[in-house]
Ligand binder design. Sequence first.
Ligand code: ZN
Length: 584
Amino acid sequence: MKKLLCVLSVLCSFHSAHALDRQAFTFTDYDLKLKVTPATQSLEAEGKVTLRNDTAQPQRNPVLQISSTLAWNSIVIAGKPAQYLAEPYTSDIDHSGALSEAIITLPQPVPPQGTVEVEFSYSGKIPQDATRLTRIGVPAERAARSDWDQIGEAFTGVRGIGYVAWYPIATEAVSLSEGNQVFETAEAWKRRQAQAKFSAHVCAGEYAAQPPAQGLIANVTWGGGIGFTHIGPPSPPYTMCDVFVWKPLGPTVPTFAIGDYRSLNQAAMAIRYVAGHESYARGWATAGEKIAPFIAQWFGPRKQPVQIVELPDKDMAPFEAGSVLFTPLVRGEENDIQVVVAHQFAHASFQSPRLWIDEGLAHFAQALVREQQEGRAAALAYMDERLPPLQEAEKEFLSAAPGKVVDPPPQGQSLIEAGDEVFFRTKAMFVWWMLRDMVGDEALERAIRAYRPEQEKDASYLQRVLATQFHRDLEWFFDDWVYRDRGLPEFHITEVYPRKLIPEDWSVTVAVENSGEAGAEVPVAVRADQGEERKRLEVRAHEKASVRIPIPVVPKLAVVNDGSVPAFEMDNNSAEISTPEVSQ
Ligand SMILES: [Zn+2]
């Protein structure tokens, strides 16, 4: 049933009268008071938000949106009840697939750059809800693993923008069936509100008796840590409260959790684990302490400890907000846990406002740890496992050739603008690995240290930082991999010439063709029964190049690409070497 509340009848004709600009205002200051009651899954909120008109025209109709399972109780402007129209607004920006939208009519228009303070109260429940996923066909069980947000007696975990509108936002409707719309809208919201100050006084209770939950946690960005209240033996009315401040909000999604949490604090890591899981937490802490020096060597000293908040169900999808990771703490092989936490250690040392740099380096750190554990082949195997979705995405983009009618038209994703995880995580990881192979560890480490996020203004900043360390032309590489999406390379060995030298040595010339649109510097190996020799070869898009590789034994096989360069086909890259009979 469509719920429609017309506070004043004149507002009911609003839609036909005006074009509504939901993005006219920037939210600059949140001041919230929340009461969370796990037993009834309910949330009561009151507070105020300051809105700034960032358009060139006076604005009269700010919009506030909250999750559709919450409802507006009041909106007040300058001490007087405001005129507003509240109605449901279908959008997948919220886990429930809809928002409760309030369209306010201000008594006076707000001039450009002017601000208005809006007071409000709203309430309702936040049950686990994956409607936005199930309605596009995701099986319920899988959907619930991803959209795990809820207020619940055993566990409360609620993420903000992109998951649950537990605080007011204002966005245009988005749909999960429209590519990356949801993700991109959430990212744009975060960028725009990055300077906002956000404060939430949160009380959890009132439990009937001693609460099952003893931890109230949020990923605050003030003071550089996780806010955490640990209540001792509580007395009636069994309520625990804390003030969480995100100042500024930055790229973080404000998230809070309530559960029976305990703390484990070590130099490099702070872990909030569910009571009874202390041995898991210790395992993670040990893994973290072991890799901490290695990550610091690559990415610089940690700016904050790595912070982990346990999700109580092992099937819940991990969620990262900067160096804070919400994740199930499974008991696993220590090597695997090291690879997982390496990601957050990289974030704790290095930050960039560009997603592909920020996330790409954190995934690159994971591959480096894998290499540290069991060598290059293990690292390449780790990366190779992540390659197929990237190959798919690039094929899809390239296969829609010009002239074909495709709806919607294909769009390549340059890393600079990538909003798809396959690009800003997987492809970016490979790009960092290729750069490292091209210039060596030391030069890349120096470049990472020289990088200043505050100077990240234009797209070519990183290339300039690297150029000062590498003394090498990287323009073509950035063109093919970073500034444009040219798909992936495709290598073939076209010719192999073995030549016998005196007395035992061989020299093998290997010619390689790249029929793809992206160039790369790729390893070429000549293998024998007793080992192999390798060299690196730059093969630009649609070009051929060759390399001469000396080897002191009879060569058997030539191989291009050890897996470090993501290509469309990874299994067609070798050629047998037939050597003339050797007469003594
Ligand atoms: Zn990350």
